[in-house]
Design a protein around this ligand. Structure first.
Ligand SMILES: [Zn+2]
Length: 322
């Protein structure tokens, strides 16, 4: 067991502060008024035990059962309300899960909303926007463990419309063993659920090449050749190991282009169209495949208002201001 004494945070320690937050092994000396202005939860704590917190002789301590890094994010947010605004979409990806968790728990709306806005552009609701965005950039910025934490935070906060793309990105571009080796720090019970979702995702992968079933085209001008080419292509796909049914690896892309070029013109058109349609169908099914909701339309209905979550926040505020 770690018996070392907690130490002062190097950044957030105001000599004229009147409350010390103790989190894990870190101490933050801050101001009750600043916390109470931005957080109805802190306001409530200070109001309810005002005698204790207004002691003239000692600076009172409050223990928070959070991660020190998360509390630090919250404090950086309330002391500098323009922080985390972000110049680019990915600027604060690393902090996003913490902002969602802290913003939700302590009722700091703007922190929560800022993270949601940020994430909504990285994990879009349409295939067009998904195609415009580089998911490999996402993977280079956050670790698997951070990605899993983020998905968990979004699930708890019910930010459902961001989830399908976030889960897809994790399953499609991370190695399964990497995902399973991650500690599921905030929610060990999530591991089983995640495994089941991964199985659904792997099933989805075969659908990525289901377009070959539409070949040869009815008006094909070279049935034997086109049939042969299609069969050989399909057999080859059985050896593919990518988990990204919405995209081809460069090698797969080369083979797909070869197929399209070698087919007769009717089959070539049919093949391109069927491939496009199958991607649309896969995207459209993501909410259902991952058990997040019935359809994109259903998820999008709560986009931007975070309905159930903000209702919860409002309740906290009402009790706090009573
Ligand atoms: Zn043909």
């Amino acid at each position: 067991m770690d018996n070392s004494a907690p130490t002062q945070d190097s950044d957030i320690w105001f000599e004229d502060g009147n409350i010390i937050l103790e989190v894990e092994k870190t101490l933050f000396k801050v101001h009750r008024s600043i916390l109470a202005t931005h957080s109805p939860v802190f306001k409530k704590i200070f109001d309810e035990q005002s005698q204790f917190y207004q002691s003239p002789t000692t600076v009172p301590r409050l223990t928070c059962y959070d991660k020190a890094a998360h509390i630090k994010l919250l404090l950086q947010g309330v002391y500098n309300t323009t922080s985390f605004e972000g110049k680019t979409q990915c600027d604060h990806l690393k902090e996003a899960a913490g902002m969602i968790i802290m913003g939700g728990k302590y009722g700091v709306d703007f922190l929560f909303q800022r993270a949601v806005k940020n994430l909504s552009t990285i994990f879009p609701t349409t295939l067009d926007k998904w195609d415009q965005h580089s998911q490999s950039l996402v993977n280079s910025l956050i670790s698997v463990a951070e990605q899993v934490d983020l998905i968990h935070a979004l699930t708890v906060a019910r930010v459902t419309w961001i989830l399908p793309a976030a889960v897809y990105g994790c399953f499609a571009y991370r190695k399964p063993e990497e995902i399973l080796a991650s500690k599921f720090g905030n929610a060990p019970s999530m591991q089983t659920a995640f495994l089941l979702l991964f199985v659904n995702h792997v099933r989805l992968c075969r659908r990525g090449v289901s377009f070959v079933a539409s070949l040869p085209a009815q008006d094909c001008s070279a049935k034997n050749e086109c049939d042969g080419l299609t069969r050989r292509f399909y057999l080859d796909t059985l050896t593919w190991t990518s988990n990204d049914p919405l995209g081809f690896t460069s090698e797969e892309s080369k083979k797909f282009k070869e197929l399209v070029n070698q087919l007769c013109s009717k089959c070539s058109d049919k093949c391109s169209q069927a491939h496009k349609d199958s991607r649309e169908a896969i995207w459209s099914d993501l909410p259902k495949v991952y058990g997040i909701g019935g359809s994109w339309a259903e998820l999008k209905a709560s986009e931007g208002n975070v309905a159930s979550h903000l209702q919860f926040l409002a309740q906290v505020k009402n009790t706090a201001s009573r």
